[in-house]
Design a protein around this ligand. Structure first.
Ligand code: FAD
Length: 468
């Protein structure tokens, strides 16, 4: 505190860390606070999982490609940094589920796989008559009795039966978490489904009542996602441009954090020491126990799983697609003999991403329990993806180019009991590491808006701590 200012160090320059830095520096400036805010990022670039490649007129996202529009913190941040004119909603269109090798249109009115309209569920070929009858048991089954957390699988299988879960709910939900729904925590991922079920008795009737009806005369509904025409990385760049000069240290890893009598000492990978009065740890959970090796209460993070996935972007001329399917993409159920887990017809869902006359497909490989493919060489992954696509799309040419991006142990899994474990760790932190706060995708939501929310929350906690 040599210059009389308190120092806050933010560790990790993904969207969580840069949001924290941006809003904290804004508070400092606007209120003339005697606080200095530094951000330390292990790699040589900011953005973490947000990475865009702009190539030959294509805008290709290696990681996340959009965010949920109804969670407003992301669009608010976009406005803050002057990019609102670049915001676009996805084009709406048919989406499909691939079950046992066949594409089925998503039944109308399904919300995360839960029927909110009866007609489309009765007529879809996605489930057998017995599967449909079993799902109807939701109308009469009593609400779930549970003291604590249960898995998403346990909850949905009881209400809707295995067939609806495996052919619809599972591919949609595991598309978000790349997880195993029989392991994922209901309370940490979709507690709203539990609350709806408890309130209405039936999940189907409850979702039907709580889902807003489309407005009358509204002919072209907007898609539920938003992205930036210039790529999500442009959000990162605009935030970075607004951070205080000299406040960002890149290419330096925080290796060790020690509590001293009045503050904290951080050892960086170049052996330099930084001191801090407060710290926001915005790294993935795997990095935390090593930084705080003398605190055993972080050990549960050593056992918290994270799935590896790869995204595979493929560019083609339009003419190469012999069997063009009307729609924006599909997800694949586990009972299909496919390696890809999802495919977005990106040029249709996000028309700005491909030049006229070109096609951009983006596929995912890898999911919980089935991650070996991610370790394969690029050529091998592209070949496997092309073989899968050709089972349904008849693509006659090789891609003009492909971009494979591996995300190793990058999708944190909130398995049953996640919230309780996190609460215990946070309690210990309050006792033993006052002024240190966790934020980011490993903790309280992994969507971009959830990470931004956590960054904003971290700013409040830091200011409250320093000013109390
Ligand atoms: P990260 O982006 O992982 O950033 C953490 C940073 O910490 C990294 O830059 C890392 O280098 C740094 N770091 C680690 N250890 C240290 C250390 N010791 N010292 C200093 N720095 C360190 N979300 C959506 O909303 N929409 C989507 O469409 C979507 N799609 C996705 C697709 C993929 C393939 C993936 C992997 C994720 C997707 N997500 C999506 C989730 C979302 O992208 C992430 O949850 C979010 O970007 C994570 O941000 P973060 O800041 O918490 O972590």
């Amino acid at each position: 505190m040599s210059n009389g200012k308190k120092t806050v160090v933010i560790i990790g320059g993904g969207i969580t860390g840069i949001t924290t830095a941006y809003y904290l520096q804004k508070e400092i400036k606007e209120n003339g606070l005697a606080i200095e805010c530094k951000l330390v990022e292990a790699t040589h670039r900011l953005g973490g999982k947000i990475q865009t490649v702009v190539k030959d007129g294509f805008v290709i996202e290696r990681g996340p490609d959009s965010f949920l529009a109804r969670k407003l913190s992301a669009s608010r941040l976009v406005n803050e940094v002057g990019l609102s004119d670049q915001l676009v909603h996805n084009a709406t269109g048919k989406s499909y589920i691939l079950v046992k090798g066949k594409l089925y249109p998503m039944p109308g009115g399904s919300v995360m796989g839960i029927p909110t309209q009866i007609g489309p569920f009765v007529t879809t070929g996605l489930f057998s008559p017995i599967g449909k009858l079993r799902a109807a048991a939701d109308f009469i089954l009593p609400p779930t009795k549970t003291e604590g957390d249960i898995s998403l699988g346990q909850f949905f299988r009881r209400r809707l039966g295995d067939e609806v879960v495996e052919n619809l709910v599972e591919p949609l939900l595991s598309g978000i978490y790349a997880g195993d729904i029989d392991q994922l925590s209901l309370m940490a991922t979709f507690p709203q489904f539990f609350h709806v079920e408890q309130k209405h008795g039936s999940l189907i009737l409850g979702m039907k009542q709580s889902t807003p009806k489309p407005k009358q005369g509204h002919t072209s509904p907007k898609g539920i996602f938003q992205t930036l025409k210039t790529g999500l990385q442009s959000l990162v760049e605009e935030i970075e441009n607004r951070l205080e000069p000299g406040s960002v240290l890149k290419g330096l890893r925080v290796e060790k954090i020690e509590k001293k009598e009045f503050d904290y000492e951080l050892t960086l990978s170049n052996s330099e020491i930084m001191r801090a009065d407060a710290i926001v740890v915005a790294t993935p959970h795997q990095a935390v126990p090593a930084m705080f090796s003398q605190y055993e209460f972080f050990a549960p993070f050593n056992h918290m799983p994270a799935t590896s996935v790869a995204t595979v972007a493929l560019a083609f001329p339009e003419a190469a697609i012999q069997h063009d399917i009307d729609g924006t993409g599909f997800v694949v159920s586990r009972n299909s003999d496919y390696t890809i887990t999802a495919c977005t017809w990106t040029h249709k869902k996000w028309p700005h991403t491909a030049p006229k006359g070109k096609v951009l497909l983006r596929c995912y490989v890898g999911r919980a329990g089935d991650e070996a493919i991610v370790e394969q060489a690029d050529d091998e992954i592209v070949k496997v993806v092309m073989d899968d696509l050709n089972k349904i799309m008849n693509i006659t040419a090789s891609p003009e180019f492909s971009i494979v991006t591996r995300w190793k142990q990058a999708m944190p899994q909130y398995v049953v009991g996640h919230k309780e474990r996190l609460e215990k760790i946070k309690e210990k932190m309050t006792e033993q590491l006052p002024g240190v706060f966790l934020a980011g995708s490993s903790y309280e939501g992994l969507g971009i808006p959830d990470c931004i929310d956590q960054g904003e929350e971290a700013v409040k906690k830091v200011l409250h701590y320093l000013q109390s």
